[in-house]
Structures are given as structure tokens and as C-alpha cells.
Write a protein that binds this ligand. Sequence first.
Ligand SMILES: [Zn+2]
Length: 263
Amino acid sequence: MGTQLDALRQALAAESGDSTSSFEGGKWADGVVSWSFSADPESEASSSYAQFVALAQQAFQTWAAPSELTFQQVPDSPQADIRLTWSQLNTTSTGVLGYTTVETADGQMLPGAVVRLEDPAQLGVTADANGQLAYSGTQAEVLQVLLHEIGHALGLGDNPDVNSIMYPFASASNRTLDATDLKGIASLYGAGSTAPSSASGTQGSDGKVLAALSSLNELILSNVAAFSPAASATGAAPGSATATAGLAAQLAPDQLQLSPHGT
Ligand SMILES: [Zn+2]
């Protein structure tokens, strides 16, 4: 695992600032994409749920303009194109904030893509210095996590541009769509789109980085040291993070992994 991490970090360093998007190998064929956000009935009555839904609406609106897609919120069902939900991702020990799985066939996204977000019942959320809802003790804003994960659900992969919303670590440097993201989404959905739409479509000059990034699917990263004691108290049990402390020490303290994503 250490070797995998080293390979990833070397590849990212070599390509840092590269403005090339990578892709999941599929796109939505219809211009109207439905989405839902489900939780158990008790959670849906919570103020956190209302906050997450409002931020999800904002995230979809943000992607709507550059993709020219129309997003439609629907009651949750297996027929919804993109299903958002909370999941206990054990962020304090794993570093994972979100996890998205998509299925494609012949270059098209299939309904039922699932976006899992760290459950605020496990790691609390609070307003950060910008007044934005963020996971306690981290620099990761909920909107940022939503934008990243929805990016995956629309067909974008992780990329090595540190300012891109699709960079696989959440920091203060990548909270909004940058030029790479706008170019990437436009190449998928814009007029004369040229992005690869087949499952083999991860060509490009940064194949090495793409290979390293894809290993994130299995890789567990963490920055346990960046969590405040208060945040830890709401998350994993004391001491449970020690196993990943070695990995944590290798990462910059202001970085937190956004999401390994399924393929
Ligand atoms: Zn990602």
C-alpha cells in the first residue's frame, strides 16, 4: 500500500497543474437527469438533511450551466438517475468523505448511480470561517464534496489539477469549478463534444496519472492529525485511527481525500 501511495504522490507531483480532465467512460444520453436524496425518516426530519438537500440543489445548479443538462429532483427510487445518500464512511480514520459508483453501458450512464456522503451523524457538520457548512475539524465543505461527487456521477474522473473540484483531495484551493472542470464538462456535453465516450476512454498524455488515480479505488488515505479532538469525539472510537497514522504522516495536513470512486 505504501508503494501505491508513493506512486500516486509522484504521479501527482509530476503532473501538478496539468489542466487535463479524465473521464469515467460514460455520459448521460438524455438532457434531463433526475436525482434524489434519501435518508431514513428520522434523519430526513433533521435540520442537517434540509441543509444537505439545499446544498445538493446548489451543486446541481452549478453543474447545470456548463453541462447544459437539466437536473430534476425526484422522490427516491431505483429509477432515479443519481441517488444521493448518507453513509458511514468513517472519515476520521479513512479520510474518505464521499464515494460515488456509476455504471455505464456503451458509453452511456445507467440510472441508479449512487453518491454516498459521510453521514453527519458520524462526523458532525458546522459553519466554517466562510460561513459554509463543513465537516467538523476539516477543510472539507459539504458543497465541495457534493460538487466533486456529482462530477463523478456526470462522467468526470479525478484529475491532477490542484485547483480542480475533481482533484482527489479536499482543500481550500479546490472548492469551485476551475477552468479544467469547465473544459472537461463541456467536452463531455457541450456542442461538438469530443470526450471519449467508450469505457476505454482514458487516453491522453497523462496515462500514468490516470493509472495512479484509479488505484485510489482501493487506497485508504487519511489525515487523522488534522482532526480536532471535538471532531474525533463524534467519529471513530479513540485509538481506532492509529493504524493509519503512518499514512497520515505522509500527507500535507491541509489535505483530505475527497473520494475514491467506483468505475
Ligand atoms: Zn474523486
